[in-house]
Ligand binder design. Sequence first.
Ligand code: AMP
Length: 182
Amino acid sequence: MSDPLNLKQFIRTVENFPIDGIQFRDITSLIETPEAFVKTCAELTKVTKAFGATMIASIESRGFIFAGSIANDLSLPFVLARKPGKLPNETYKKSFELEYGNTSIEIQKNTKISENERVVIVDDLVATGGTAIACCELFTENFNVKNSNICVLGVIDLPDLGGSSLIESQGYAIHTLVSYKD
Ligand code: AMP
């Protein structure tokens, strides 16, 4: 099922944004609808609890909207993976490819992360998977967290771009609520 919670009706599609040829899946319409936002956050919390998470991490910036709610529901530590130069303490950095060029995300070195942590990494959408995998690798490479102890949790999956399969093939768990097949 690609939309078991009937959330698609609340997600606006914007053609040719931010560049020609992209169908932008806009979650602002979902979060502006309280019943849809509440239902989405409740489901994300349920999945996170079922995974046995000990920690939430999230990717700047739309992931933060959902991750804060889950961390609050389950009283879990909430780790920010931010764009370069935003975090005030020393950071670990991971570079990854975007559609055009490169970028990187960072987490702080002084964050308390044990190698037995079970981490749920939250973002609004999984496309090629590059962003989510970079975030996973910040945990596996710097804190020795096992791939199987990390779950990527997204509101939306674009499976034709291959990200969710790639994430799974690397031994991470993945869960998304809405899937758009072309
Ligand atoms: P990727 O690294 O390719 O999986 O891209 C995922 C990131 O890019 C997420 O943080 C999304 O917010 C954003 N993104 C990529 N494609 C889209 C799209 N079609 N609509 C909305 N956001 C997108």
